[in-house]
Design a binder for this molecule. Structure first.
Ligand SMILES: Cc1cc2nc3c(=O)[nH]c(=O)nc-3n(C[C@H](O)[C@H](O)[C@H](O)COP(=O)(O)O)c2cc1C
Length: 327
């Protein structure tokens, strides 16, 4: 039985976990209530626990719910919150955590690892992951993908054996979902489509930028504390600094070690004090309620899918738009 069937997913549409507050209870709960799989993104432990409880309420009984954990920021409280909220699925991204996989699977939770290569897929399976997310380099936000999504999916399926694989990157509509399902994916994962929903906590100016924008780049500029690649819209920070000065790139490379030890809540608040003139930018997203100037200096995460997205709609409508007929 496929993973989507095991968790009782009505439609093969997954809302990506998006950390730092973008994907909270309102978004995840609405997606799950609409028959997709809603995912609460990582945030400080206390807020994460509360968001999972609220999302569970909003999803309604019998609807599966997921949580996303960025490995460097994962603490014991996050793992306990997932167990307590009885999430059906946890998706890990940005590193390996075999002991957490063991704890969660022992609690009856399906654990998927986000991978971009065959080697990462093999490692995840050896660690005990019960599913994989094949992420292409077209994906928005936090990137492990190095090839286009169809190639990544094919490569990951080659080593997956019977394990279910979901595919992320380039999903703007039902035709994209159908293409990935036809290529062997068990479900399609979309992020940018759901940032552009009423329920996402993205800054309204960020949503407008997504509606208007089409040009994305894959960059490490927003790498203070999280020195991995991101796909973002080109904003003032990217225009002005490109990949950033060499000294800042070196600082970012080293910052992973201590950045992950800082409280996530500090990283989340930092965008409000960032300045265009000082190119030390964190991965903290531009959220509703932050001053408008964050739009110039915070990462405006977007996948190549942004070229096909032109409106802000309710999350339930987004699930319907992404679901192929008869699926
Ligand atoms: C705003 C935003 C934030 C993201 N944050 C995370 C994250 O915290 N954890 C994660 O596993 N993936 C994250 N991603 C990547 C998604 O999981 C997914 O791979 C991607 O959104 C798919 O591409 P799409 O945005 O074109 O649909 C993020 C993506 C976006 C757009």
């Amino acid at each position: 039985m496929s993973l989507a069937a095991r968790i009782g997913l009505e439609h093969p549409v997954v809302q990506a976990g998006m950390g730092g507050g973008i994907a909270g209870a309102a978004l995840a709960g609405a997606v799950s209530a609409a028959g997709g799989l809603g995912t609460v993104g990582i945030m400080g432990e206390r807020a994460f626990t509360a968001a999972l409880a609220e999302a569970r309420e909003r999803a309604g009984s019998g609807r599966p719910l997921a949580a996303n954990l960025l490995v460097p920021f994962t603490r014991r409280g996050h793992v306990e919150a997932c167990l307590r909220a009885r999430v059906a699925v946890v998706v890990l991204h940005g590193g390996t955590l075999p002991e957490v996989i063991r704890t969660l699977t022992a609690g009856g939770i399906e654990v998927l690892q986000t991978v971009g290569t065959r080697e990462q897929a093999r490692r995840a399976l050896a660690d005990g992951a019960t599913g994989l997310v094949a992420q292409g380099r077209d994906a928005g936000g936090h990137l492990v993908g190095v090839q286009d999504t169809p190639q990544t999916l094919a490569a990951v399926l080659e080593v997956a054996g019977g394990t279910s694989v979901w595919a992320a990157g380039g999903v703007a509509g039902a035709a994209d979902t159908e293409r990935l399902l036809a290529a062997g994916a068990d479900a399609a994962v979309a992020g940018t489509r759901f940032v552009l929903s009423t329920e996402s906590a993205a800054h309204p100016g960020y949503k407008q930028a997504l509606v208007a924008g089409t040009r994305t780049v894959d960059t490490k500029l927003f790498g203070f504390g999280w020195p991995m690649r991101h796909r973002v819209l080109v904003n003032d920070a990217v225009e002005r600094w490109g990949e950033g000065p060499a000294a800042v790139r070196a600082l970012n490379e080293r910052s992973g070690r201590f950045g992950a030890r800082l409280p996530l809540t500090l990283m989340e608040r930092y965008p409000s004090v960032q300045r265009l003139s000082l190119p030390v930018f964190t991965a903290g997203p531009a959220l509703a309620g932050m001053p408008d100037r964050v739009l110039r200096v915070a990462p405006l995460y977007a996948g190549t899918s942004v070229a096909g997205l032109h409106d802000v709609i309710d999350a339930a409508e987004a699930v319907a738009c992404l679901t192929p007929p008869g699926r």
